[in-house]
Design a protein around this ligand. Structure first.
Ligand code: FMN
Length: 186
C-alpha cells in the first residue's frame, strides 16, 4: 500500500476481532511512529503498551465515570453524555491493544511531535491491515499520577495521544470531509 492509499483508507475503527496484535506488529508500529519529524529533532516521544483486554474493559468503566463526573454544562463533550452513560459503550471499542504516546518533559513542541508520531503509527497500521482509533476520552484519566505510575510513565511525562489498535471487525465507512477552506491562493 502506498502512502496515498493509506491516507485515504485509514479510518477511526470502532469494531475489532479478538485476534491479538502480535508483538512484532507493535514493534513495527512504534518504529514507524518514531520516523515522524520532531521539533529541533527532540524526538520527545515515549510509549506505553497495554494488551490486557480485561484491564482495558475495567478502565473503560472507570473512564466513563471519571469523564461524566467532571462534565461541565459548557463542555463540548456534553453531546456524548448518553453514550458515555451507556453500559454498552466501551471507551476502547473492545480493542485488545492500547498504545499511549507520551511526551517527555522539557521539550518545545511535544504535543505536535507526538501527534505526528501517532499519525505515522495509524497510517502504518492501515498498511499492515490493522485498524486504529485515537482515544481522546482516555487522556485525562490516564494523566493521573497514580495511573501513570502503574504504567511506568514518569511523573513529568504527559500522555499525549492514546490510540487503540487491532484487527478490524468489519468495514468502516469513510467520514466525509468538508471542502478545504482556502484562505489565500496566488
Ligand atoms: C485527538 C483525537 C481524539 C479522538 N478521540 C476519540 C475518542 O475518544 N473516541 C473515538 O471513538 N474516536 C476518537 N477520535 C476519532 C475521531 O472521532 C475521528 O477521527 C473522526 O470522526 C473522523 O473519522 P475518521 O478518522 O474515520 O476519518 C479522536 C480523534 C482525534 C484526532
Amino acid at each position: 500500500m502506498d502512502v496515498m492509499e493509506a491516507i485515504y483508507n485509514r479510518r477511526a475503527v470502532r469494531a475489532y476481532t479478538d485476534q491479538p496484535v502480535e508483538k512484532t506488529a507493535i514493534e513495527a508500529l512504534i518504529n514507524a511512529a518514531i520516523q515522524a519529524p520532531s521539533s529541533m529533532n527532540e524526538q520527545p516521544w515515549a510509549f506505553a503498551v497495554v494488551q490486557d483486554q480485561q484491564q482495558l474493559a475495567r478502565w473503560s468503566e472507570r473512564i466513563k465515570t471519571y469523564v461524566l463526573r467532571r462534565l461541565k454544562p459548557d463542555s463540548p463533550l456534553v453531546k456524548y453524555r448518553d453514550m458515555l452513560a451507556s453500559s454498552d459503550y466501551h471507551v476502547f471499542h473492545r480493542a485488545g491493544t492500547l498504545i499511549i504516546i507520551c511526551s517527555r518533559p522539557d521539550t518545545h513542541n511535544g504535543a505536535e511531535d507526538c501527534s505526528l508520531a501517532a499519525q505515522n503509527l495509524m497510517l502504518a497500521a492501515c498498511s499492515m491491515g490493522l485498524g486504529t482509533c485515537p482515544i481522546g476520552f482516555a487522556r485525562p484519566w490516564l494523566s493521573q499520577a497514580r495511573i501513570k505510575r502503574s504504567l511506568g510513565i514518569p511523573e513529568a511525562y504527559a500522555p499525549v495521544f492514546p490510540v487503540v489498535a487491532g484487527y478490524p471487525g468489519g468495514e468502516t465507512p469513510p467520514v466525509p470531509r468538508r471542502a478545504p477552506e482556502m484562505l489565500f491562493r496566488q
